[in-house]
Ligand binder design. Sequence first.
Ligand code: HEC
Ligand code: HEC
Length: 290
Amino acid sequence: MAPVIINLEKRKIKKIIILLFIFIILNKNDAFSNENGKILSFVAGCYGCHTNNTEKPFGGGYKIKTKFGVFISPNISKDSLNGIGTWNKEDFIKAVKKGISPNNRPYYPAFPYNWYVNMSENDILDIYEYIYSLPAISNKTTNHDLKFPYNIRELLWFWKFIDKIVSNKKDIDNSKQYKRGEYLVNSVAHCGACHSPRTFLSIIKDYNNLSGQKESSKILNDAIPNISNDINNGIGLWSNSDLIFFLQTGIKPNGDFAEENMSLIIENGTKYLSLNDLKEITKYILKNNN
Ligand code: HEC
Ligand code: HEC
């Protein structure tokens, strides 16, 4: 009798171990996709731009001052009344990639969908899941305070039309395999939204050019440095570890701290990136293989 009992016990233990194993794997997968959504929601700026009060994540109300007036970010928490709680996944992908609302109205490009157009749908859905995993925030945000004629939303159709002709941005090209660094810089983290030169109506001609903006508005004093690998005007003399350290801590090779918007981009964004992703970003910007 004894060996049979022992065998039974062994089988039971085996079963328990296998179940435990499956349980761990399933939970790990969940945790992983949620973790990806969380990190990307920081790196893409969704959290930073849509959070005015850290106790109300994604509750909106953050002010973006531009020469066209002040934009006030909407509540994108899962609250059904004041947030996006009634949206389905397709609505969310359309807004993020195309800049068009569920009832087909155009969004202002202060919401950087022109960069997110090349984000993978899986990454966007991970962000959606992450936002939906958090509590609903009932914060009601106010309207943008824009100057005439920028306050006429319908004119954005015209803007989108000109933007398409003038810029080199292509619509989503699924066949293109982005390298990780290029994907993070030119799509998710949208470094060019600030570091690329802009022409009339804030249109960006070349999305891959990170040569900076000379002071574009006297009132806002918003000159932005060249971060291309140019030795004289850009950051061509920075080493890869200089740039990685900067994107983690905000400290430059000369000991200065990042200022203004850049410190927020680091604080709410790039410092959450894995070392591997930071290495890929650096290789892409400094155009080397170190
Ligand atoms: C630089 C600031 C900024 C960043 C970064 C940003 N947004 Fe926004 N977002 C805005 C603004 C401003 C609007 C309002 C646009 C308008 O009224 O046309 C907006 C609108 C939206 C809307 C539409 C909400 C509604 O009620 O119609 C969604 C959804 C959204 N953003 C999600 C995201 C996600 C997801 C990310 C990250 C992948 C993100 N945003 C990153 C500024 C930002
Ligand atoms: C919201 C606008 C904005 C975005 C987005 C942004 N930056 Fe910046 N960045 C700035 C501003 C403003 C400065 C100048 C302030 C300073 O040097 O402290 C700056 C400075 C820098 C500098 C220092 C350059 C120098 O010569 O001192 C580097 C490097 C940099 N940014 C890299 C990046 C990278 C990489 C990304 C994308 C992951 C990025 N930035 C996204 C606004 C932005």
